[in-house]
Design a protein around this ligand. Structure first.
Ligand SMILES: *Cc1c(COP(=O)(O)O)cnc(C)c1O
Length: 241
């Protein structure tokens, strides 16, 4: 798929990806309308991001506050939402609070406090996903699955934060089977926590699946896939955007 796509324009890639999402949904007995496609824009210059928007992409994912601020004005933002998906330091919340409609990387009470504070200042609410470290990797941010419920109990008291679901960046796995186990763990966590009906907590978004594994993620219930490489090609981190 990746090689097939490399000769295509961004518009053609968006179409091809949409078709493969539809197919994966059909195979899983799901409605394709349930799965949202996010274009992950790290290192991608605004002109190319705007091509994806012109092709119908309505959701962008940003990893870095500084990069978001640098590119924000150049995006064709009409009808487009931006979610923050990277690790977020508390001192950066202020820079992004008025630019994003969701923070997918909520992973600490301290961060929640700062989001609450900035939302009060701007008189707004913020949708958030809690990031889960599903592979229990030492190097990754995110909550251990067993800590999610107590964390959500705390979150339910933040009146400017609306938790909408969970997000994961699973470990790179050697086998599809291992990958599928991680996605399945996420799905179970999502369903089980949703069933607890914790005050002020809504479990409607399960954000998982990237370029290499989004079709598997859809098979396991993802309703928001975050795609960078497959859409824009390999990233060049040496270039300043
Ligand atoms: C970079 C990134 C992606 C996209 O990864 P690709 O493999 O390029 O599709 C998705 N989610 C997060 C949080 C990322 O940082």
């Amino acid at each position: 798929m990746k090689n097939e796509l490399s000769s295509l324009t961004i518009e053609e890639r968006v179409q091809a990806i949409r078709e493969s999402i539809s197919q994966a949904c059909q195979q899983a007995g799901r409605d394709p309308g349930q799965v949202r496609l996010m274009a992950v824009t790290k290192t991608v210059e605004p002109a190319r991001v705007n091509q994806a928007i012109a092709a119908g992409v309505t959701l962008l994912g940003e990893n870095k506050a500084q990069e978001l601020c640098a590119k924000f004005e150049d995006y064709h933002k009409e009808g487009v939402e931006i979610h923050f998906i990277g690790h977020l330091q508390t001192n950066k919340v202020r820079q992004i609070i008025d630019k994003v409609t969701m923070i997918q990387s909520l992973d600490s009470e301290g961060l929640a406090q700062e989001i609450q504070r900035q939302c009060e200042k701007h008189d707004k609410m913020m949708d958030c996903l809690v990031e889960i470290n599903i592979g229990s990797e030492f190097t990754k941010s995110g909550l251990a699955p067993e800590n999610l419920e107590p964390f959500l109990e705390k979150m339910s008291r933040f009146d400017r934060i609306r938790v909408r679901g969970i997000m994961a960046i699973p470990p790179i796995c050697d086998s599809d089977a291992e990958n599928e186990r991680n996605f399945e763990k996420m799905r179970k966590l999502f369903v089980d926590i949703g069933a607890k009906n914790i005050d002020n907590i809504h479990m409607d978004i399960l954000s998982m699946g990237m370029s290499g594994d989004y079709l598997l993620a859809i098979k396991h219930g993802s309703n928001l896939v975050r795609l960078g490489t497959i859409l824009f090609g390999h990233r060049d981190y040496t270039k300043q955007v």
